[in-house]
Design a protein around this ligand. Structure first.
Ligand code: HEC
Ligand code: HEC
Length: 279
């Protein structure tokens, strides 16, 4: 989704975190002596050059030490408002910023989000931003990717923690959604006619075309790699995924995996899901 279609969050006094720092503390620091925004300033200067230039165009000067030229309480108040506004622009769930964050992800998921079976990293291109964000937050909080038998999840979890802020989680999720999905190779064999019968259960939440349903927190299945679906169904069935008491949506899926009595049933339902892809 293009960034301009999202409302910009520029309210300085809102409770939204600023660079991951609770903004509620900021009004209290306005009027304090220099450097009231040391932390924010430092993070600000770690941003990439484009953003700094954008900020300079907004009238923020810097001296040779890279600190703001502003002096005095009033100036700091103005700076805070400008930085607040700037934060809204730079981190307004913006796919361009998300692309920068995504660089680290390319190592496993590929530049186009195509995935890489050799490292168990699934195809994620075009996956809905709401779902990507939810999963990244699960990895970050440890709801997913901490079970001792979740080898692949444990590879992903530290990667989710490389994302510095909540806003960048949203930005990278937004960027992943913009990537063009591509149909991977069929790697499993199953009976799609039998699979269709099993899929009757799945349809209630994942949709008749496997398109997913945000209202039920159910992701699309149609764009996933078949080998990845198999691995996740096994994880749900064995309780490696979807059993953490805080993982409400995972716990909705977990009992559903039990409707597939054995591996053959999983292969059959996946064979059916493979037939649902539409260009
Ligand atoms: C070291 C390799 C590696 C890197 C780097 C990596 N991932 Fe992953 N990612 C994985 C693996 C492996 C899985 C599969 C986990 C599983 O099987 O449960 C995964 C799973 C995911 C999922 C879950 C997909 C789904 O359908 O539920 C998302 C979303 C994701 N990664 C996004 C990202 C993003 C965004 C980044 C960059 C910040 C990233 N990954 C970096 C290896 C990686
Ligand atoms: C009651 C609703 C519901 C039903 C029915 C259901 N699911 Fe799910 N499913 C979910 C939810 C919710 C999630 C997301 C879990 C999470 O947030 O981690 C999910 C996740 C999944 C995932 C993981 C996708 C990914 O990208 O990692 C797979 C695979 C899956 N479901 C397959 C199935 C299959 C196959 C069936 C039928 C046997 C089925 N589901 C039935 C709700 C459902």
């Amino acid at each position: 989704m293009p960034p301009q279609s999202k409302p910009l969050k520029s309210s300085f006094f809102s409770q939204e975190p600023l660079f991951g720092i609770d903004k509620a503390i900021l009004p209290k620091t306005v009027g304090a002596e220099f450097p009231p925004f040391a932390k924010e300033t430092e993070i600000f200067y770690n941003l990439n050059k484009t953003h700094r230039i954008a900020a300079l165009k907004k009238g923020m000067g810097t001296n040779s030490k890279g600190l703001f030229n502003f002096r005095g309480k009033m100036s700091w108040l103005i700076a805070a408002v400008v930085v607040g506004g700037f934060a809204g622009t730079a981190f307004g769930h913006d796919a361009a910023r998300g692309k920068v964050v995504y660089q680290v992800c390319t190592a496993c998921h590929g530049a186009g989000g195509e995935g890489n079976k050799a490292v168990n990293a699934p195809h994620i291109a075009g996956l809905n931003a709401w779902y990507v964000e939810a999963q990244l937050n699960k990895f970050r909080s440890g709801m997913r990717g901490t079970h001792p038998r979740d080898i692949e999840g444990m590879q992903m979890r530290p990667m989710s923690l490389t994302i510095a802020t909540e806003d960048d989680v949203k930005n990278v999720a937004e960027y992943v959604e913009t990537l063009k999905p591509n149909k991977g190779k069929t790697t499993i064999k199953g009976n799609s006619d039998r699979g269709k019968n099993y899929y009757a259960v799945c349809m209630a939440c994942h949709g008749d075309k496997g398109q997913g349903n945000q209202a039920l927190n159910s992701p699309p299945l149609v764009r996933l790699n078949d080998w990845y679906i198999l691995s996740q169904l096994k994880k749900f069935r064995s309780g490696v995924r979807g059993t953490n008491p805080e993982d409400i949506t995972g716990m909705q899926m977990q009992p559903m995996s039990m409707t597939l009595p054995n591996e053959q049933a999983m292969l059959d339902v996946i064979a059916y899901i493979n037939t649902l892809w539409e260009d």
